[in-house]
Design a protein around this ligand. Structure first.
Ligand SMILES: [Zn+2]
Length: 329
């Protein structure tokens, strides 16, 4: 089922209480969305499907029009999450890296339609970041819409200090209490694949920021871990134990899918001949995507299990604490 913002906040608290993290996949095509949801269903886990600007404008969704992409992406995820086959999977639909002049048009359109929102603050000053979060909170307030927000700060810029947590998260929370659910400080990871295992990664920073953000908000706040693709499994497990409740996964996911596609064409090239009896089933999108899903889904399941999410899907929906939709207090 597609979670609303209140249910999304409850899921983050559930993840913190049970010490698992929800895998958040940048699924950049309709087939990738299906694969991620099927993987979550196969191991009874909640999952986050997230989209960045490059996906909204990509050929599979808006083809240059981010708002069209936002509608198409939401329509697909909502239809799948409501389908009897997948209804038991708690699904969060999240906006990930949204930046540039269209940022507010996109996020205002996502407000009330998406489960949770974040924006890419990498080109913003701290004051602009706080103002952007404040603007979304004010919009939600004016429209009477519930909102669950992730706020980020310098996720690629080494380890953020706790003073950053006070000056960014603390100020945004004080200006508009109740909307933030996740905090994404720098903890020594980086976007991309990385090759050095991120020696500056600090699970102690994850724990310290989780504690400080929760103190500032007066409620449990989860850490959102960006740049997880190049991080070793043991560091990921340590991050989860320290309070990472959402782990973003993009680069490695893209590589897995593109490598599988490469293998499909390498092993089925001969069939792409007009005289071959199977040329049509090989040429169809379904031929490629079915092959890719066979390789990709087991890796998504592996990742969900690594983060401890397996088995928590129906448990979360059944434990009776999923609140009815309403705005923050
Ligand atoms: Zn990110």
């Amino acid at each position: 089922m597609l979670l609303d913002p209140q249910q999304t906040r409850a899921l983050i608290v559930h993840a913190l209480e049970h010490r698992y993290a929800v895998l958040a996949v940048n699924a950049d095509s309709p087939a990738a969305v299906v694969d991620v949801l099927e993987a979550a269903s196969a191991c009874d886990a909640p999952v986050i499907i997230e989209t960045s600007l490059w996906q909204l404008k990509g050929r599979s969704y808006g083809a240059g029009d981010a708002l069209l992409g936002l509608s198409l992406y939401r329509a697909q995820v909502a239809a799948l999450a409501g389908h009897p086959r997948l209804r038991g999977v708690p699904v969060v639909l999240h906006t990930d890296h949204i930046k540039g002049p269209e940022t507010f048009a996109i996020l205002e359109a996502a407000l009330g339609a998406y489960s949770s929102l974040s924006l890419d603050s990498s080109d913003m000053t701290p004051a602009q970041n706080i103002a952007a979060i404040g603007r979304l909170c004010a919009s939600a307030q004016a429209r009477g819409e519930p909102l669950a927000l992730e706020m980020e700060a310098g996720v690629d810029a080494g380890v953020s200090s706790l003073a950053d947590c006070d000056a960014l998260f603390g100020v945004a929370e004080r200006n508009h209490p109740g909307y933030l659910a996740l905090w994404a400080p720098g903890v020594g990871t980086r976007h991309g694949l990385g090759s050095d295992g991120y020696p500056s990664f600090s699970d102690r920073a994850v724990a310290a920021h989780q504690q400080r953000a929760s103190e500032l908000a007066g409620r449990p706040i989860g850490i959102a871990l960006h740049g997880s693709s190049g991080l070793p499994g043991e560091s990921l497990r340590a991050a989860v134990q320290a309070g990472a409740a959402k782990v973003n996964w993009s680069s490695e996911s893209l590589l897995l899918r593109s490598e599988a596609a490469q293998r499909f064409f390498a092993t089925h090239g001969a069939e792409l001949d007009r005289h071959h009896k199977d040329w049509k089933s090989t040429a169809m999108d379904n031929g490629l995507q079915t092959f890719v899903s066979g390789e990709y889904i087991p890796r998504v399941i592996e990742r969900i299990k690594l983060l401890g999410g397996a088995g928590h899907g129906t448990a979360f929906l059944r434990d009776g604490r999923v609140p009815a939709p309403r705005g923050p207090r």
